[in-house]
Design a protein around this ligand. Structure first.
Ligand code: CO
Length: 157
């Protein structure tokens, strides 16, 4: 009687500890991403899933091409997919002096700097601004680049 009671307690304790331990590693290691852009107007990552456990999501953009920012500039700009076409259009109007970013545009959730070949720029996304079930699009606001330089981002469930 006494022995079987002991076994029951041990099984219960182990069962309650395992799920918490299994959830820890992904949250610690997946709150960042690297993305490359090249002289052919391409991002090397097309879809991103942000773990809901992250408070901040760090994005590092590397321009691995050789062309300067005034002819092949790239940035990484995040909006909802519903907003991205209009924001891309507004950003073009902001012009090269503002690196094609309208700083007053509240639809922009996060953005890196505009960079040329060999340069790197990073930004942290405030994950509290993302909603599950909403699709986000990241793109480059250099004129005409967003037609092919874009990808989608979601908040993981
Ligand atoms: Co670009």
């Amino acid at each position: 009687m006494r022995l079987s009671h002991h076994v029951c307690v041990l099984v219960f304790a182990t069962g309650s500890l395992l799920p918490a331990m299994a959830q820890q590693p992904p949250a610690a290691s997946d709150c960042s991403m690297s993305i490359q852009a090249n002289d052919a107007m391409q991002f090397d990552v097309k879809t991103v899933s942000v773990p809901a456990t992250c408070e901040r999501f760090a994005v590092t953009l590397r321009h691995i091409g050789r062309l300067p920012k005034n002819v092949m500039g790239h940035n990484w700009v995040l909006t909802t997919t519903a907003d991205y076409k209009e924001v891309a259009s507004q950003s073009t109007k902001a012009g090269p002096a503002k690196d094609y970013i309208d700083a007053s545009d509240a639809r922009i959730i996060a953005h890196t700097s505009m960079i040329g070949g060999g340069e790197t720029s990073a930004v942290e996304v405030d994950v509290a601004k993302l909603r599950q079930g909403v699709e986000y699009t990241y793109f480059c606001t250099y004129p005409a680049h967003s037609a092919i330089m874009r990808g989608t981002l979601v908040l993981q469930k």
